[in-house]
Design a protein around this ligand. Structure first.
Ligand code: ACO
Length: 325
C-alpha cells in the first residue's frame, strides 16, 4: 500500500570553501590519482568557522520552502538528520526552526549516513497517519569537525553541506507516492565505523576522541550487501521490480560502492545519480543534496520511480522508493 504524500520542494547549501585532492596531498601522504580511483571523489566543501549544521541546514531549508511555495509558519514539523549537531541540545532542528521563523515542533535524528532516509521515513509515516500535513526534512552535516585530518584512510572521504525537502500530504493523485520504507541496524558491528562524543563513558570500549574511526574495507563489503538486501525488501513492499527503478539516488560515500550496488541490483550505473566527485561523503546530507541536483538537472522527472538508499555508522541502512509527482 502506498502513502499519500509527496515532496513538493527541495534545496541545498554547501560551504564556499572547496578543498581539492591536490590540496590534501600537500597535507598527507596521498594523491589525486589514488583518491579518484578508489572513491571517485575529486573535491569536497569544508565549513568555515561561521558554518554549522544549523546554519547550512537553515539555508537549504529556506531554498526548499521557496521552491515549494510554503511559508515557514505553515510547517507542522521540522526533522533534521545529523550526526554533527550544533550542540548536545538544543537540537539542530530547533536552531533551524528559530532561524527560518517557523513555530512548529522540531527534533533531530541520528542514524549517521542513513539519517536522511530515516528522517524521510519518519516524516512520511507522520503524514500517512494524518499527524502532520507539511514537514520540513533536512540532512545537514559538518563532518570536517569530527574528521581526523592526519588519517589518510578517512579524511579524504568527507565533506560538509546540507539538503532539505518539504514533504506534504498528496490527496488522491496517481503519482507522487512514497512507498513503505525499509530500515536496518546492526549495533553489534559498531566498531567498524564510529565517532565518540563528549558523553562517552570512560569504561566504554569506544575511543574517547570525537573523531571518525573506520575499517573502510569491512564497511565497504557490509554496505553493498545490506543496501542490496534493503532495496530488494523495499521493492517487494512496493510490489515493484528492480528494472522499474528509473533513477537511484544513493548515499554518496564512494563511487565504487554505488557501482557495486547497481551491479547487485542488475541495473546500469547510468541509472544512479552520482555527485560524490564534487562533495565527497556528506553523510545524512548526501541524498538531499543529490536529490536537489538531480531535480535541477532534470534527471528526475514526473512519473519516475526513484530509489533512495543509504548506509552508515551504527551500522545503519535503509531504502525507500517513491513515485515522483
Ligand atoms: N592515499 C593513498 N593510499 C592510501 C590512502 C590514501 N588516502 N588510504 C589508504 N591508503 C593505502 C592503505 O594504507 C593501503 O596500503 P597497503 O596496501 O600498503 O597497506 C592501501 O591504500 C589499501 O587500503 P584499503 O583501506 O584497503 O583501501 P580500499 O580500496 O578499501 O579503499 C576506502 C579505502 C576508500 C576507505 C574504502 O574502503 C571505502 O570507501 N570504504 C567505505 C567507506 C564508507 O562508505 N563509509 C560509510 C559511510 S561513513 C559514515 O557513516 C559517517
Amino acid at each position: 500500500m502506498s502513502f499519500s504524500c509527496h515532496i513538493s520542494g527541495f534545496g541545498h547549501a554547501v560551504p564556499e570553501r572547496i578543498v581539492t585532492n591536490q590540496e590534501l596531498s600537500e597535507m598527507i601522504d596521498t594523491s589525486d590519482e589514488w583518491i579518484v580511483e578508489r572513491t571517485g571523489i575529486s573535491q569536497r566543501h569544508i565549513a568555515s568557522d561561521e558554518d554549522s549544521s544549523a546554519t547550512l541546514g537553515a539555508e537549504a531549508a529556506k531554498r526548499a520552502l521557496e521552491k515549494a511555495g510554503v511559508s515557514a509558519v505553515d510547517l507542522d514539523l521540522i526533522i533534521t538528520a545529523t550526526c554533527t549537531p550544533s550542540g548536545m541540545f538544543p537540537s539542530t532542528a530547533s536552531r533551524i526552526q528559530h532561524s527560518i521563523g517557523a513555530n512548529c515542533g522540531a527534533f533531530d535524528i541520528n542514524a549517521a549516513c542513513n539519517g536522511f532516509v530515516t528522517a524521510l521515513s519518519t516524516a512520511s509515516q507522520l503524514i500517512h497517519s494524518r499527524s502532520a500535513e507539511k514537514i520540513l526534512v533536512i540532512g545537514s552535516e559538518v563532518l570536517s569537525r569530527i574528521t581526523d585530518w592526519s588519517d589518510r584512510g578517512t579524511c579524504i572521504l568527507f565533506g560538509d553541506g546540507a539538503g532539505a525537502v518539504i514533504i506534504e500530504r498528496n490527496e488522491g493523485s496517481e503519482t507522487g507516492q512514497i512507498f513503505p520504507p525499509v530500515l536496518g541496524s546492526d549495533g553489534g558491528a559498531a566498531e567498524l565505523l564510529f565517532a565518540s562524543g563528549p558523553c562517552t563513558a570512560p569504561s566504554d570500549l569506544l575511543d574517547q576522541e570525537a573523531k571518525i574511526i573506520m575499517d573502510g574495507r569491512s564497511v565497504f563489503k557490509y554496505a553493498v550487501t545490506a543496501m542490496a538486501e534493503a532495496v530488494e525488501e523495499a521493492l517487494k513492499k512496493a510490489n515493484l521490480k528492480a528494472e522499474d527503478i528509473d533513477i537511484c539516488i544513493p548515499h554518496q560515500a564512494n563511487k565504487r560502492i554505488i557501482k557495486a550496488l547497481m551491479d547487485r541490483l542488475g541495473l546500469p550505473i547510468e541509472r544512479a545519480f552520482v555527485n560524490v566527485q564534487k562533495y565527497g561523503n556528506t553523510s545524512s546530507a548526501s541524498i538531499p543534496i543529490a536529490l536537489s541536483e538531480a531535480l535541477e538537472e532534470k534527471r528526475l522527472k514526473s512519473g519516475n520511480t526513484v530509489l533512495f538508499v543509504a548506509f552508515g555508522g551504527g551500522l545503519n541502512w535503509g531504502a525507500m522508493i517513491a513515485n515522483w509527482g
